[in-house]
Write a protein that binds this ligand. Structure first.
Ligand SMILES: Nc1ncnc2c1ncn2[C@@H]1O[C@H](COP(=O)(O)OP(=O)(O)OP(=O)(O)O)[C@@H](O)[C@H]1O
Ligand SMILES: [Mg+2]
Length: 242
């Protein structure tokens, strides 16, 4: 029996037939404003409510700003401050990555050191759920595609070894389903969820698809989603399996 970690997100757990396999590293990809940050935070939020600690690595933003945006989008999650205050959710901002970069400036920055430092921070927090937002910050640090791939692989492997179920945010330049181009990290992670934006004349349409979930079955349907004051609502249609 696969141990499952519920996302807690309405409709998504139905599409996952229960949740993420524990220890899976799930990439969440999408275009600007698709809801990647909000959805990955919501995953931590529901975990924290169930007594599972979560850690959010916002690699390119100030933590205060991230929290402010989340609270604005989800006004009915009234206990976010309490969960942060009690340490059930820890939010790290861009300062953490900057500190690591500065620390190794003289000796030469290797991505292995960045991963090790993030791992140490994660272990200290006692988290079993993690979010890394986003891999674009690493792309800026690592120009060599071979090193980048190896680095992303080691990040995923380290989190998996710790039994942490993580969501890793990836930016998709063209979030139209028909024009999708897969990037290197898409092959490394155990799972992949994509948020699409398709252009209608007068309205943008948002849909979600689970592309893969290693070691587990999942829905192959593409479902519309909405961001509501109570969190995401994924309109999981009649579920179809392979
Ligand atoms: N109060 C709100 N009510 C409804 N929708 C909101 C609200 N606040 C934000 N949103 C929606 O959420 C989107 C932002 O979500 P989020 O920050 O998670 O996107 P993202 O995919 O992480 O974007 P980026 O790539 O820019 O980081 C907004 O563009 C808007 O559509
Ligand atoms: Mg974001």
């Amino acid at each position: 029996m696969v141990e499952l970690v519920k996302s807690g997100i309405e409709g998504l757990d139905a599409m996952l037939f229960g949740g993420f396999p524990k220890g899976n590293q799930v990439m969440i990809g999408g275009g600007p404003g698709a809801g990647k940050t909000l959805m990955s935070f919501e995953y931590l939020y529901h975990g924290a409510k169930e007594g599972e600690r979560g850690i959010f690595f916002a690699l390119e933003e100030e933590p205060e700003r991230v929290i402010q945006n989340i609270k604005a989008a989800f006004p009915n999650f009234g206990d976010i401050d309490e969960l942060i205050g009690s340490g059930m959710i820890t939010v790290h901002g861009k300062d953490l990555l900057q500190e690591i970069v500065n620390k190794y400036e003289q000796t030469g920055l290797e991505f292995g050191k960045v991963v090790a430092e993030m791992e140490e921070t994660l272990v200290k927090s006692g988290a079993s759920r993690a979010v890394v937002d986003s891999s674009a910050a690493f792309e800026l640090l690592i120009k060599d595609p071979v090193v980048y791939r190896r680095s992303m692989w080691s990040l995923a492997a380290n989190f998996r070894r710790l039994g942490v179920t993580a969501m890793l945010v990836s930016e998709i330049p063209d979030p139209d389903r028909k024009k999708l181009v897969f990037k290197t990290e898409h092959f490394i992670f155990d799972g992949m969820i994509l948020l699409y934006q398709s252009g209608e004349e007068s309205r943008r349409v948002y849909t979600l698809e689970i592309i893969k979930m290693r070691g587990y079955k999942h829905s192959f349907v593409t479902a519309p989603y909405d961001i509501t004051p109570d969190g995401f609502s994924v309109m999981a249609p009649e579920l179809i399996t392979r």
